[in-house]
Design a protein around this ligand. Structure first.
Ligand SMILES: [Zn+2]
Length: 376
């Protein structure tokens, strides 16, 4: 059995552009309606850093220009309807200033994995507390148990692993096998232990298995593929939109959805291809992105994963990634056959959330280590 988990990064454009209602609330509402027709669940990875800024703006100016109330109501509604909400953080928003009608982020905190430990622990604490305070009144058993870093930036890993465990978050879902980045963030996930089987993640390197670790990495499903696999109408649209919303002073749009491995000729990949002609002749990380891949591609990937991995003894998480800002009508039409396909085979595929996976209890030793670290 593969347990299909749809994780949705819930945010406006990476450079601070865009209307929160149009890029977050409206598409997510349509997505939940569609998913419910097939018994599927959405896991909203809410960027609490920007949501808190929208709240602060409303309190400061007495105007809800960033639709904070609609966002908070939607997250509560999602949990009420049986979907899930977990933590995503674009740390550069925590110190953001609102100037001349737009958000000026603190780029010194753009790279999550590069933050000092104490700062990282504090930001994760704030994010988790926000979600639990908002959602427990709707669903008392609700817990924030899973995390995704902005731009998948979780190496170097030591601070990340310690900061998550210090906050009793035991699932990270930032890694995708074969993924690589050089630039504003840097990582190389080529040697990750698996594209689908969760592993206990080493503090020294989250891509190394360490059976003493209390943190589990649930990788985003990914394959190593030729560039042709990346050409879909959704990706072309996304790459075009991304070019309109670049980070200041860079060639990157800074958003998670159309990074270098999303569309080979878009954003910084274009320059990578220019620098290295062999780039086109290489394989690249193809994530199971339910807003950018076609439904047919996802069906084939799901079948390949099921055929390659024996999940008879224990269910495996087939983690897909998406972005509310990328959910177009074309995408909705393309995604539906995938939902139909999985729903018709309940003996092979189920729809789930991270909480369906029962993790062994946190050992006291891990908690102590984390606490010691906080105190230092
Ligand atoms: Zn993000």
């Amino acid at each position: 059995m593969l347990n299909v988990i749809f994780t949705l990064d819930y945010e406006i454009h990476g450079n601070g552009d865009g209307c929160a209602y149009e890029l977050m609330v409206e598409p997510t509402s349509r997505m939940m309606d569609l998913f419910e027709r097939y018994g599927a669940k959405l896991t909203i990875m809410a960027d609490v850093a920007e949501i808190l800024k929208f709240k602060e703006y409303k309190e400061l100016f007495g105007r809800d220009d960033y639709h904070y109330d609609a966002i908070a109501a939607q997250l509560q509604d999602a949990v009420r309807r049986g979907h899930d909400v977990q933590l995503h953080l674009h740390a550069s928003y925590f110190n953001a200033q609102h100037q001349d009608g737009r958000w000026v982020q603190d780029w010194s905190e753009y790279n999550f994995a590069g933050l000092p430990l104490a700062r990282m622990i504090e930001l994760v604490r704030v994010g988790k507390a926000y979600l639990e305070n908002l959602l427990q009144p709707v669903s008392p058993p609700y817990r924030c148990v899973a995390f995704r870093a902005a731009n998948w930036s979780v190496t170097p890993s030591r601070n990340v692993v310690r900061a998550l465990l210090a906050n009793d978050i035991r699932i990270d879902t930032s890694v995708f096998k074969y993924g690589r980045r050089e630039g504003l963030v840097n990582f190389d996930y080529a040697n990750a232990p698996s594209d689908i089987v969760p592993w206990r993640a080493s503090e020294t390197n989250i891509c190394v298995r360490d059976d003493r670790s209390e943190l589990f990495e649930f990788p985003i499903y990914s394959e190593n593929r030729w560039v042709g696999a990346f050409v879909t109408p959704q990706r072309i649209h996304r790459a075009w939109v991304g070019r309109l919303h670049r980070l200041p002073g860079t060639r990157s749009n800074g958003k998670d959805g159309s990074g270098p491995d999303s569309y080979p000729t878009g954003g910084s990949r274009r320059s990578a291809a220019g620098r290295n002609p062999l780039w086109l002749a290489k394989k690249h990380a193809w994530k199971a992105d339910f807003n950018q891949c076609t439904g047919r591609q996802l069906v084939r990937a799901l079948n390949r994963a099921a055929n390659r991995h024996d999940s008879t003894a224990r269910p495996l998480p087939f983690v897909l990634i998406g972005h509310s800002k990328s959910y177009t009508q074309v995408n909705a039409r393309s995604l539906e056959p995938f939902l139909q396909y999985a729903a018709r085979q309940p003996e092979r595929y189920g729809f789930g959330v991270f909480g369906d996976f029962k993790l062994p209890p946190l050992a006291d030793s891990a908690r102590k280590t984390a606490t010691t670290v906080v105190a230092m």
